[in-house]
Design a binder for this molecule. Structure first.
Ligand code: MG
Length: 332
């Protein structure tokens, strides 16, 4: 199987701001394994760059000729760029489906009608700006990015502007004490859940926070995102969080994302499938897993102007998977 790649600069419709920083363009890489395609998202927060991803891809040895030996092929990936390792996994799954002439969801035994609705992201900004974006978007489910001083004012302004279902994401922006002070207050604004309130490495903090929120009878579900990269992390968080956020760029592909979902279920956790700033390539791959998940946050293609592929389709918050073999992608 021949590995090749193509840098792709995704232009964002509006500047994307989260607790970690802001960007107008994301420099990703499309990765091909014969006719299979995958995507590596260069997330600055994870220390990934387009150059680093390409340097990694140049270092990958021959991956063999058997696309049906998924574990065997994936084990040949050297250590290094998480995004590039993910892209190889996605391209391999696409190739697997294309060679068998079946969509990936079907190979995974999943019903494409069981996709949850997707949220739409409101980036972090001044409260009135976020409220206006929430109103203008018209989306019935919003993911609100937090992680700064004005967080309660942000949620208050948005709640006043829309009756949409609201999920908030602190992107590791709070200390334990801030989280304990803010979460009971935010719970008054009819939120569905709260993502990653604490620092990435603070696994203990999630147990600390859960115990105190339980004592206060605050039942707002807490989800781990950045802290839950793979199935091992999910097991460590059992009992401390209500759910985990699965992203192929964290788990280095579909194969480990599936293990994460099963590990979460074994610990009675809920699952949200999500994405980075990715084109239809990466996001359609994630969407093939969505029938296994409770929540979806797959608005990546809606945030960019120059999507290189057609894949997952949107009708407001409702998504539908393409029916073609593999991921079902078509070049625009
Ligand atoms: Mg998140």
């Amino acid at each position: 199987m021949k590995l090749h790649w193509e840098p792709i600069n995704l232009e964002l419709r509006t500047t994307f701001r989260v607790a970690h920083g802001a960007s107008d363009v994301r420099r990703n890489v499309l990765v091909y394994l014969d006719e299979g395609v995958g995507e590596a998202a260069a997330v600055p927060y994870y220390g990934e760059t387009q150059e680093g991803i390409i340097a990694y891809l140049k270092s990958v040895p021959a991956l063999g000729d058997d696309p049906f030996d998924l574990d065997g092929v994936l084990a040949k990936r050297p250590a290094g760029s998480r995004a590039a390792r993910c892209a190889i996994d996605i391209a391999l799954h696409d190739l697997w489906g294309r060679r068998l002439g079946q969509p990936l969801y079907r190979l995974l035994g999943l019903n494409p009608k069981n996709l949850p609705l997707t949220s739409f992201t409101i980036g972090m900004d001044a409260p009135p700006v976020m409220a206006e974006q929430a109103r203008e978007s018209g989306h019935p489910i919003l993911k609100v990015k937090l992680g700064g001083e004005e967080d309660e004012a942000r949620v208050k302004a948005i709640r006043a502007a829309t009756s949409a279902r609201l999920r908030v994401d602190a992107n590791a922006g709070w200390s334990r004490e801030q989280a304990l002070r803010l979460i009971p207050r935010l719970a008054e604004y009819d939120l569905e859940l709260i993502e990653q309130p604490l620092a990435v490495d603070d696994v203990e903090g999630y147990f600390w926070l859960k115990e105190r929120l339980n004592a206060l009878r605050v039942n707002l579900p807490i989800f781990a995102d950045e802290t839950a990269k793979n199935s091992h992390d999910v097991a460590k968080l059992a009992g401390a969080v209500d759910g985990v956020v699965v992203k192929t760029m964290k788990s280095e592909g579909i194969r480990e994302a599936l293990r994460m979902i099963h590990a979460a279920r074994a610990h009675d956790m809920q699952v949200m499938v999500s994405c980075m700033v990715e084109s239809s390539v990466g996001v359609t791959a994630a969407a093939h897993l969505a029938p296994l998940c409770d929540y979806a946050d797959l608005d990546g293609p809606l945030l960019i102007k120059n999507d290189p592929y057609r894949g997952l389709r949107y009708d407001g918050a409702k998504m539908s998977l393409p029916e073609g073999a593999g991921l079902g992608l078509e070049r625009r």
